[in-house]
Design a protein around this ligand. Structure first.
Ligand SMILES: [Zn+2]
Length: 465
């Protein structure tokens, strides 16, 4: 029996040294230094070259796939086990880092640096896990490949290019999310609702001049504004404040040369659970629906009210639910001007739902208000059966190493594991751990990272033996 934790501890200092070297490279996407062999810029190329050189130093077979991604391979056999990581990082996001974003520093057991938890720390954990399996010379029946991409934080062009040219692993995991195991990810649909040409219609006394809310399709708008040209102010301002009070919201209304300018402050939230937020745009729309708006403005507001009436698609007749959760709908970006508007629609649906049929219903609902729905991106659900060898093996390893139950997790977002045909996200953040990825003072708990190495090493061995 191999004592995996002991094998990891014997390599503790080497791992720390190598990881710090990798963390010093500011491998942020840089359009200005793109060239042949460096599709994501000079620093991402440097990180990829560095990783492949490390693999060569330790005797792995390495391959650079046009600078998009690369791999380190070990073992023999027909089948391939893939471990999917990435070397690019998001920008520093501010200059108030305690030690600087690219000056890795171990303090109080925490290693601070951009990329420490996303995803250079986990990449190095997986690398040392593979190195341990290799150095122990254990008999294996599969080849194992650590695949490192350079564009996970942006558009996944790395894995898209890589898998166009290279073998798809029979099974694999991505150490780029949470422990224990994420085996189900909802389908992700992003579309844009666009209003038809403005219609000439009679003046109603209230003209919607401008409406705006939200910045990103995958967020609940926390802020919305509208300008309404009104013939007579009457008691509108009072009823607006009353509306806000009833909804528990804050906002303002101002008289300007253009008309009344309304502003609503809601609560922003991730689109994975729209009910965690208060959609400022929809609350403002609800108020505006009480005014006798001009034809085009009224159609826009009615569309928004109907399409996003509830976060589960009940009003649209598209609700669906299974063990991976409910179908959710989010209206994230609203824009209206000159009698014409758009709204983004972000739908996350469980894997057992028939989406073709539902999309048709949504399109028909939009048409009824004079809107056309165009698809921007669509990723089908990703799901690996709980009885799959991959899930069973990883569960057993996790439980043995942590003495904790390996509950399966289903999520509404998308992890890197999605790019594998049979792949799950497996660590490295332990249950209840803080979310520090993409934040200032990102760090990895170094002892937890060492535990992840032991888990990955045993997992690799169990899956490939
Ligand atoms: Zn990541």
């Amino acid at each position: 029996m191999v004592n995996w934790k002991e094998e990891v501890l014997a390599r503790r200092e080497d791992l720390l040294t190598d990881l710090k070297d990798l963390l010093r490279i500011p491998s942020i996407l840089d359009e200005t230094t793109i060239q042949e062999g460096a599709p994501f810029g000079g620093e991402v190329k440097r990180a990829l070259d560095w990783m492949l050189a490390l693999g060569e130093r330790d005797g792995f077979i390495t391959k650079n796939v046009d600078g998009y991604a690369g791999h380190l391979e070990y073992g023999q056999g027909q089948e391939l086990l893939g471990i999917l990581c990435h070397l690019d990082v998001v920008p520093a996001g501010g200059d108030n880092w305690t030690y600087g974003p690219f000056n890795p520093t171990l303090s109080d057991g925490k290693l601070y640096a951009r990329g420490a938890i996303d995803d250079k720390g986990p990449t190095m954990a997986a690398y040392y896990a593979l190195k341990i399996v290799k150095e122990l010379g254990l008999p294996l029946s599969k080849r194992i490949r650590l695949i490192a991409g350079g564009d996970e934080e942006s558009e996944w062009r790395c894995v898209n290019h890589y898998f166009k040219h290279e073998e798809m692993p029979t099974l694999g995991f991505a150490p780029d999310a949470d422990f224990p195991i994420i085996n189900a990810e909802k389908g992700l649909y992003d579309g844009l609702l666009t209003q038809g040409k403005p219609v000439q219609a009679a003046d109603t006394g209230y003209q919607l001049v401008h409406f705006e809310g939200g910045e990103r399709p995958n967020m609940v708008p926390g802020h919305a504004t509208a300008t309404v040209h009104v013939a007579e102010y009457g008691t509108i301002e009072d009823s607006f404040h009353q509306h806000l009070e009833e909804q528990g919201l804050t906002g303002t209304v101002k008289q300007t040369a253009e008309g009344l300018v309304f502003e609503v402050i809601g609560v922003a939230a991730h689109a994975m659970e729209p009910d965690n937020g208060k959609n400022a745009a929809l609350h403002l729309a609800r108020f505006l629906s009480t005014l006798h708006l001009d034809y085009n403005g009224r159609r826009y507001i009615e569309m928004a009210m109907h399409m996003f009436r509830d976060s589960r698609g009940v009003a649209l007749g598209v609700a669906a639910s299974d063990e991976t959760g409910d179908l959710t709908i989010n209206g994230g970006v609203f824009r209206y001007e000159n009698g014409q508007g758009t709204a983004s629609i972000n739908i996350r649906y469980p894997y057992s739902a028939d989406f073709t049929e539902r999309l048709q219903l949504i399109k028909e609902a939009a048409i009824a208000y004079g809107f056309e729905l165009q698809t921007r991106t669509h990723m089908t659900p990703h799901h690996v059966d709980p009885d799959h060898e991959l899930v069973r093996t990883l569960s057993a390893v996790y439980e043995r190493q942590t003495n904790q139950k390996a509950d399966l997790i289903a999520i509404g977002g998308g992890t890197y594991a999605r790019s594998l045909t049979a792949g799950v996200a497996f660590g490295p953040v332990f249950p209840g751990g803080p979310e520090v990825a993409h934040q200032v003072d990102e760090y990895v708990d170094f002892e937890e990272l060492l535990l992840a190495v032991a888990i990955y090493a045993e997992a690799i061995y169990e899956l490939a033996k």
